[in-house]
Ligand binder design. Structure first.
Ligand code: UDP
Length: 219
């Protein structure tokens, strides 16, 4: 094997020294998930260092959400969803009574956490672009996959209400350990190296999740 495209995560960056996160930002993950991604990146760097013919693209995903636009492929997490949008979708379809919002006292305009949500179809296209790039470029490249735009939890709730025509009840809860105020991507490197950028908005993401969730209420 000469090529690896690795599913890494923006959580490798940890607390931001600056935003948007670019690929040269220091790596100081603050939660176990981010540490697993960080150590895997390091192992892949060692692997690539053994042979100048090897190529590794470390794709640092921001917050993937959405479903295939057909409504036939979507996400049905086991148990209680950890991630925001699957949780909202289950509230909208009546499987859960309300959303718990983890903190409204963050340093953001509405106090809820800001993330860079990216449609899974854009993310998939980013992988094809990465494979294509790896064919004739050797060495290791970390590359962010995000939209470059941040949205708060409350903005996501509103976008989902609009897409689904439902109303999402929520309660404000304490902050969740290991969460940041804000995280969003600098997307220049992806554009320059891969010729790729995200095309879908949070409205597209919510519409596609709702199509999938409403057609498959029990997963
Ligand atoms: N969040 C929330 N309630 C939930 C799940 C998530 O308020 O049930 C918030 C979380 O605090 C963060 C954002 O939604 O600000 C995105 O969280 P998620 O777990 O989807 O992704 P993360 O950025 O943690 O990887």
């Amino acid at each position: 094997c000469k090529t690896i495209v690795f599913s890494s995560s923006a959580t490798v960056y940890g607390l931001p020294d600056f935003l948007p996160f670019d690929e040269s930002h220091p790596l100081r993950p603050i939660n176990p998930y981010g540490r697993t991604k960080y150590f895997n990146e390091e192992i892949i760097r060692d692997w690539a260092g053994t042979d100048p013919e090897k190529s590794a693209i470390l794709l640092r995903y921001f917050n993937p959400v959405g479903a295939h636009s057909s409504g036939m492929i979507g996400e049905d997490p086991n148990g209680i969803p950890n991630n925001l949008v699957p949780f909202i979708a289950q509230v909208a379809v009546g499987r859960r009574s309300h959303l718990n919002i983890f903190g409204d006292d963050y340093d953001t305009p509405d106090g809820t956490g800001i993330r860079d949500y990216i449609h899974v179809s854009d993310l998939a296209a980013g992988h094809l672009a990465a494979l294509n790039y790896a064919k004739d470029h050797k060495g290791v490249e970390p590359i962010n996959l995000g939209t470059g735009k941040g949205h708060s939890v409350l903005e996501m709730v509103k976008a989902f209400e609009k897409a689904s025509g439902t109303s999402i009840d929520y309660r404000i809860m304490p902050r969740r350990k290991g969460d940041l105020d804000s995280s969003y991507a600098d997307t220049d490197k992806a554009e320059q190296l891969l010729g790729w950028r995200a095309t879908k908005s949070i409205d597209d993401m919510c519409q596609d999740v709702w199509r999938w969730q409403s057609q498959n209420p029990n997963g």
